[in-house]
Ligand binder design. Structure first.
Ligand code: NI
Length: 136
């Protein structure tokens, strides 16, 4: 039997600033554009957490969605929702909070919470037109 993927969609709002402290202000502005605004700006992030595995014959579930949604709420939404990622979170104090880096951080956090038999993929939309996938 093939594996099945189950996807939980979540949402959070957060502020950020993309900036490389080793670069001049001009270079930062050139590379990061509006996302370099010194006073930060917000995004409405849409998050898709995909869990892949074999269905448990006893339940018919890959993972109970109640368990998955609680896991995401406790570990991701409570940590990042309505936060300034640069100032309010440990994860992005030094790490540039690009969509790529946010997706990887979310993966690393959730990976530790999930059964090793399950595969995990993260899709993070920064805007309706831009999203990243990790791992790829
Ligand atoms: Ni931005």
């Amino acid at each position: 039997m093939h594996k099945t993927a189950i996807i939980r969609c979540e949402h959070f709002n957060a502020a950020h600033r993309l900036h490389n402290a080793h670069w001049s202000d001009a270079k930062n502005k050139e590379v990061f554009g509006k996302c370099n605004n010194p006073n930060y700006h917000g995004h409405n992030y849409d998050l898709e957490v995909k869990v892949i595995g074999h269905c448990d014959p006893a339940t018919g579930y890959v993972i109970d969605t109640k368990i998955l949604s609680t896991l995401i709420k406790k570990n991701i939404l409570d940590r990042f929702d309505h936060k300034n990622l640069n100032l309010d979170t440990e994860e992005f104090r030094e790490l540039n909070p690009t969509a790529e880096n946010i997706a990887r951080v979310i993966y690393d956090i959730l990976r530790k919470e999930l059964d090793q038999a399950l595969d995990l993929k993260i899709k993070l939309y920064e805007t309706a037109r831009n999203y990243v996938e990790y791992p790829y």
